[in-house]
Design a protein around this ligand. Structure first.
Ligand SMILES: Cc1ncc(C[n+]2csc(CCOP(=O)(O)OP(=O)(O)O)c2C)c(N)n1
Ligand code: SF4
Ligand SMILES: [Mg+2]
Length: 351
């Protein structure tokens, strides 16, 4: 028998956050992924981000597709809402849930196969519509769950474990998110938790469509020489544009001037993203410059990580559609039915 539940014992000295939860309260079932899989490190970063943000677990809805990556919501936030959709269909189900209840915080968890292969159309429309969510792609360049076929994000010329060379051009989800209008776009590496946790915190606190592509090596099928999504490759070619800190408005603000140029970006909810630029002049507020920067460095064989673009005052689909402020399940018949006269007017206008 497989035993997947973690023991519920809680040590009395465990630290609690401002809403009274320990880190353990943000965990889920025991992971069944391969030991060393990058996806488990991303789950750990999500747990840390939610604990640090003092989010009550019942305020989160986590949605995913199909794949090893899409299994991970079972391994964190065990007390949150969850929906494991069909392969590549997470964005549309999340959009529907979000429109019905804007009070929840939406986490979309997906894989490169789930979002860049079968689900590419769904990904594109969620980005361009500005659905408020933190959309995280755990990108290993392969279909891990179905035993390592190249996905659409595999770089041209990269090699599979069996030595096959990928001849197709890669889909770059970061470039697409930028082009399609996402208002928070970043790239992380599962092996760099110090960078990933604040990136996720910023995405969850963002007021529009936030997208993070996280390079997440598949140790079973894509962590060998010749792969551009392996631990070694990313460590050797990583170019961080910025170091990011996430700061609550009410917390004391300290500035480490020695660390390079510092830029504070205030989001709509009052939180601050503090960026220490590692690359002189890198400005995360310029969408076109971010696209050009990414492309230039990609051609040099570099994997650019960090917060690449943010529009701190972004709004979302609810603002565009002028929807109900309240979740639909709290509305009564009087609010849901426009009345006979309004329907008559509508029918008349269509004649
Ligand atoms: C409609 C449909 N087509 C194909 C599959 C088979 N399938 C399951 S997971 C998967 C790919 C998963 O790759 P990715 O999203 O990158 O996740 P990973 O396992 O690499 O984390 C495929 C092709 C499926 N389950 N459903
Ligand atoms: S097959 Fe790859 S992606 Fe799937 S759990 Fe194993 S290492 Fe992770
Ligand atoms: Mg994959």
């Amino acid at each position: 028998m497989t035993y997947l539940a973690k023991p519920r014992l809680r040590h009395p000295t465990l630290l609690t956050n401002k809403v009274g939860y320990t880190r353990r309260d943000y965990e889920g079932k025991i992971s069944t992924l391969c030991a060393g899989c990058g996806h488990d490190s991303i789950s750990a970063a999500i747990i840390e981000a939610c604990w640090e943000l003092d989010i009550e677990p019942h305020r989160v809805a986590k949605l995913s597709g199909i794949g090893c990556s899409s299994k991970t919501p079972d391994y964190f936030l065990g007390a949150s809402h969850g929906f494991n959709t069909v392969h590549g269909r997470m964005p549309s189900v999340l959009t529907g849930a979000n429109l019905a209840n804007r009070d929840l915080l939406y986490l979309g968890v997906s894989g490169d196969g789930d979002s860049a292969s079968i689900g590419l159309g769904q990904f594109a429309h969620a980005m361009r519509r500005g659905v408020r969510m933190a959309y995280i792609v755990e990108n290993n360049g392969v279909y891990g769950l179905t035993k390592g076929q190249f996905s659409a994000t595999a770089d041209e010329g990269s090699k599979s474990k069996k030595g096959l060379v990928n001849t197709d051009s890669p889909v770059d989800l970061v470039a697409m998110a930028l082009q399609l209008g996402a208002s928070y776009v970043g790239r992380g590496f599962s092996g760099n938790k110090a960078q990933l946790v604040p990136l996720i915190k910023g995405a969850i606190s963002h007021g529009g469509a936030a997208f993070i592509d996280v390079i997440s090596p598949c140790v079973a099928f894509n962590n060998h020489p010749g792969s551009t999504k392996s631990y070694d490759y990313v460590r050797e070619h990583n170019e961080a544009v910025s170091r990011i800190d996430f700061i609550r408005e009410r917390e004391e603000i300290t500035v480490d001037m020695a660390a390079g140029e510092v830029m504070d970006v205030r989001q709509h909810d009052g939180t601050l993203l503090r960026l220490r630029s590692l690359h002189p002049g890198y400005n995360p507020g310029d969408r076109h410059a971010a696209m050009a920067y990414m492309q230039r460095h990609q051609e040099m064989g570099e994997v650019v990580t960090g917060l690449l673009y943010v529009d701190p005052l972004a709004t979302d689909l609810h603002t565009a559609l002028n929807t109900s402020e309240r979740p639909l399940n709290t509305l009564g018949p009087a609010e849901l039915c426009p009345g006979a006269q309004a329907l008559d007017r509508l029918n008349h206008a269509l004649r």
